[in-house]
Design a protein around this ligand. Structure first.
Ligand code: NAP
Ligand code: GDD
Length: 322
């Protein structure tokens, strides 16, 4: 019999790629659809899977809807990707972020424990939990030091995932994923903001790009590679925690240069530093060690930053030229 999977956050960047991956493996895929006034199904349509997944109304902050949905879905695997995932917004909406990103994960864990305890659970943890880094290269052993309400909420969800594994013997895994991007990335995140702006400037639709701190460094990979790691974690005999990263780190400034160069533009002529876009506390540098994932899951990142960013620029040129 085919396996079934339930994904919260299925309308987001990772949810769409994960749904596509699981469908390609023969899974029956359902996902949580939080009611919104605007169109949130564009990513699923973009990947051509809009009609292949079953969407169920509910909200991650509503335990009763999750109990009903998880009971009905009888999923073998539950992937919790739903979150208020934009770090910048987490300072202006700390309580919402705590409720959705932190407690929301526990709602899913609790619903699973009550009505489907044999399912396997994946939690979308994050390198933001390392925040003010305590080691130059971050691994599963590196102590956490979150620097934003988002990071703190994710850390709570992370420890509750570990706690449900240790307390109730549930098969729960936490993927500590470093930044991963794609043409389906939300426009508020810096890579997509840059690739969209470079394309607009090339097409004469705007002249400048306003950014905050461009000296920060991130370990950026491709979302399509990273959802494979999520699936691999749930195929292991036991739940565990894994860092998923490329092992390379690059400044926002250099990432901009790659995007602008690709279109024959000079980033220095268009980027304007805007102090209003600086964050109250910054995560200056992230650099992950994916050694455990490579050894135990046989996973490694396949897409270079150059390929990732130029693909995103091309996708934005295509969208805007239409
Ligand atoms: P994303 O594009 O922002 O997607 C977030 C998803 O959560 C969307 O489907 C959104 O639904 C849903 N959501 C938000 N509030 C909800 C609520 N109250 N009830 C139900 N669903 C809700 O994020 P992503 O980049 O795909 O990331 C997926 C997960 O991985 C997130 O938990 C993120 O924090 C985590 N993560 C991401 C990265 C990264 O670099 N991308 C790295 C580490 C961890 P709508 O579409 O309706 O808004
Ligand atoms: N968004 C944004 N916009 N970021 C900017 C800008 C700007 O104009 N200018 C500079 N930056 C800097 C931010 O201050 C941050 O240091 C870095 O660029 C990356 O910002 P984002 O792309 O917004 O991502 P993030 O690192 O804060 O968070 C993402 O990655 C996390 C994993 O480390 C999100 O996907 C999180 O959900 C995820 O957990």
């Amino acid at each position: 019999m085919n396996k079934s999977a339930f994904i919260t956050g299925i309308t987001g960047q990772d949810g769409a790629y994960l749904a596509q991956l699981l469908l390609s493996k023969g899974y029956k895929v359902s996902g949580l659809l939080a009611r919104r006034s605007s169109d949130t199904l564009w990513r699923l349509r973009h990947l051509g899977i809009g009609n292949d997944v079953q969407l169920v109304d509910g909200d991650i902050t509503d335990l009763s809807s999750l109990i009903r949905i998880i009971e009905q879905s009888k999923a073998d695997e539950i992937y919790n990707l739903a979150a208020q995932s934009f770090v910048g917004t987490s300072w202006s909406q700390p309580l919402l972020t705590g409720n959705v990103t932190g407690l929301g994960a526990v709602n899913v864990l609790e619903a699973m424990r009550i009505v489907n305890p044999t399912a396997r659970f994946y939690q979308a943890s994050t390198s933001e939990m390392f925040g003010l880094i305590q080691e130059a290269v971050q691994s599963e052993q590196t102590p956490f030091y979150p620097r934003s309400p988002y990071g703190a909420a994710k850390l709570y969800a992370h420890w509750m995932t570990v706690n449900y594994r240790e307390s109730f013997g549930l098969h729960t895994s936490s993927g500590i994923l470093f930044n991963h991007e794609s043409p389906l990335r939300g426009i508020e995140f810096v890579t997509r903001k840059v690739t969209d702006a470079a394309a607009r400037i090339k097409l004469g639709l705007q002249t400048e790009l306003r950014l905050g701190n461009i000296d920060v460094k991130r370990d950026w990979g491709f979302a399509g590679d990273y959802v494979e790691a999520m699936w691999l974690m749930l195929q292991q005999e036991r739940g565990d925690d894994f860092v998923i990263a490329t092992g390379k780190t690059t400044t926002v400034r250099e990432m901009c240069r790659i995007a602008f160069d690709h279109l024959g533009l000079d980033a220095d002529k268009h980027v304007v530093i805007d102090s209003a876009l600086f964050r109250p506390a910054e995560v200056d540098v992230l650099l992950g060690n994916p050694g455990k994932a490579q050894q135990k899951l046989g996973w490694q990142a396949r897409t270079s930053l150059q390929t990732l960013i130029t693909t995103m620029v091309d996708a934005d040129m295509g969208r805007l030229s239409k």
